[in-house]
Design a protein around this ligand. Structure first.
Ligand code: NAD
Length: 479
């Protein structure tokens, strides 16, 4: 990939539109310049996707599944290029990028190839009547994705959308265009039919993202990002009643009961609070701990937070990464300040680390552990999307469930207990699309994924993705 990133339309690079910079979050330096799509470029991409649709939709599922496997193989061949692109844009650690972000990208194509190929046809029999359904693609799908897990989240949508016979126009985040640009090269390299996968770059509102979702030639929108952006997109597609799938924000709760394996709970919460700098929609920002273990748990989590390693991304021991941008760092720090102003006790962090080198111009914040804020504090209600959690004590199971559910969001919850009965009883009472018991972010890609409330609309994963990315036609014959 060159330092200037072009769009990928109809199987070829298209270098048009003004250039905008992408910054390395580690140092703040400009890593690349990217072309911004205007309405004309977006129109070109949507037309390319439309032109490719009949032939792509006309392939059998088995043939499209074979293309998905080829993409997965080619991703593995370009593995280190994808790792480098992802690190340059996000400042993630090489260890995480090699074990999570890029392997999941290949797995997303491979799993949906298998899931689609094995999907049974539906036929329903009544006396003298045969009904069956034929799944058809939605058409041209707009894929709009965020910056926190750029490759993983993009391919999570591309795999099922493409195998279901849609053609796509992807708009990666303006902060993280790199791995999408490498994927475009990979698609061209394996000879994926031109127009099946198109990538355009640019910002969201009044730019490429908005122009894409508003385009009359776009039949459906699949979006991962902030709840507020989801609301804006929903309004802009309302007149055309376009199908939408929304994976949005979270303010996820974790419950730690006194009967939990406390070592496992502390380690699990270190992961669920601080992974990816806390910039995962599934990260825990509110922890509730049963009173007898509250002090011990909090002290141990704070100690582990202070021990996280702010190395360079290329250092395999690095466990803490920067925020994605100066703007996002300032947002996270504003919540640290608010917590202090509201009287929080700061057990760890609360500020900006100092390195004495070029990382001082990067976008780092300290991993932070807070206690002592009321449930109504904005720190406890709003998604911060940084390496921070607030911990509050609880006395009864019912109180723990009520505290966890006291949120407008409902994406993920974690539950730490050795009581099997309690695990089942509490898990089903939690108002969240995903509940993890004694673990976090353990995924079987066949299971439904998504949230309730402000956290989203619909479910993706396994056949649930295929259901969204296709429209069934029911054919009924009188025999
Ligand atoms: P964002 O909403 O600011 O941007 C996401 C994408 O939408 C970007 O590509 C952006 O350019 C585009 N966009 C912005 N405004 C738009 C508009 N008006 N029309 C069309 N496109 C527009 O989100 P972000 O800051 O990139 O990502 C962080 C957010 O994503 C957090 O809220 C996080 O919880 C959420 N997220 C959710 C999930 C999930 O699966 N539920 C996964 C990851 C991230």
């Amino acid at each position: 990939m060159s330092d200037q990133v072009a769009h990928f339309i109809g199987g070829a690079p298209v270098a048009e539109g003004p250039l905008f910079p992408v910054h390395d979050p580690v140092t703040g330096a400009v890593v690349r310049q990217v072309h911004e799509a205007d309405r004309a470029t977006v129109d070109r991409a949507v037309r390319a996707a439309r032109a490719a649709l009949p032939a792509w939709a006309g392939l059998s599922v088995a043939e499209r599944a074979q293309w998905m496997r080829r993409l997965a193989d080619a991703i593995e061949e370009r593995f280190e290029d994808l790792v480098a692109a992802e690190i340059a844009d996000t400042g993630k650690s090489i260890t995480q990028t090699r074990t999570l972000d890029i392997p999941r990208g290949a797995a997303n194509f491979r799993s949906f190839a298998e899931i689609a190929a094995q999907r049974p046809d539906s036929a329903f029999h009544l006396p003298g009547v045969l009904s069956y359904t034929v799944p058809k693609p939605l058409g041209v799908v707009a894929v709009i994705v965020p910056w926190n897990l750029p490759f993983l989240l993009m391919t999570w949508k591309l795999g099922p959308a493409l195998v279901a016979g849609n053609t796509v126009v992807v708009k990666p985040s303006e902060n993280t265009p790199g791995s999408a640009a490498v994927l475009a090269e990979i698609a061209a390299g394996i000879g994926l039919p031109p127009g099946v996968l198109n990538v355009i770059h640019g910002y969201g509102g009044s730019s490429a993202g908005q122009f894409l979702v508003e385009h009359d030639g776009v039949d459906a929108v699949t979006f991962t990002g902030e709840s507020r952006t989801g609301s804006t997109i929903m309004k802009s597609v309302a007149d055309r009643v376009k199908p939408i799938s929304f994976e949005l924000g979270g303010k996820n709760a974790g419950l730690v009961f006194a009967d939990a394996d406390l070592d496992a709970a502390v380690e699990g919460c270190v992961r669920s609070v601080f992974t990816n700098g806390g910039q995962v929609c599934l990260c825990t920002e509110r922890l509730y701990v049963e009173r007898p273990v509250f002090e011990d748990f909090t002290a141990r989590l704070a100690e582990r937070a202070r021990a996280l390693v702010f190395g360079r991304p290329q250092d395999e021991n690095t466990t803490m990464m920067p925020m994605i941008s100066a703007e996002h760092r300032d947002k996270v720090l504003s919540y640290y300040d608010l917590a202090k102003a509201d009287g929080a006790k700061v057990w760890a962090g609360g500020g900006v680390p100092s390195f004495g080198d070029d990382r001082d111009s990067g976008y780092y914040v300290e991993p932070t552990v807070l206690t002592g804020l009321p449930a109504g504090s904005r720190v406890n209600r709003e998604e911060i999307f940084g390496p921070v959690c607030h911990i509050a004590p609880f006395d009864t199971e019912a109180e723990a469930v009520a505290l966890a559910n006291d949120s407008e969001y409902g994406l993920a919850a974690t539950l730490w207990t050795t009581g099997l009965d309690r695990a089942h009883r509490v898990a089903r009472q939690l108002e969240a699309g995903l509940v993890w018991v004694n673990t976090w972010y353990l995924r079987d890609l066949r299971t439904p994924f998504g949230g309730v409330g402000l956290s989203g609309i619909g479910r993706e994963g396994g056949v649930h993705s295929l259901d969204f990315y296709s429209e069934p036609t029911t054919i009924t014959i009188k025999l």
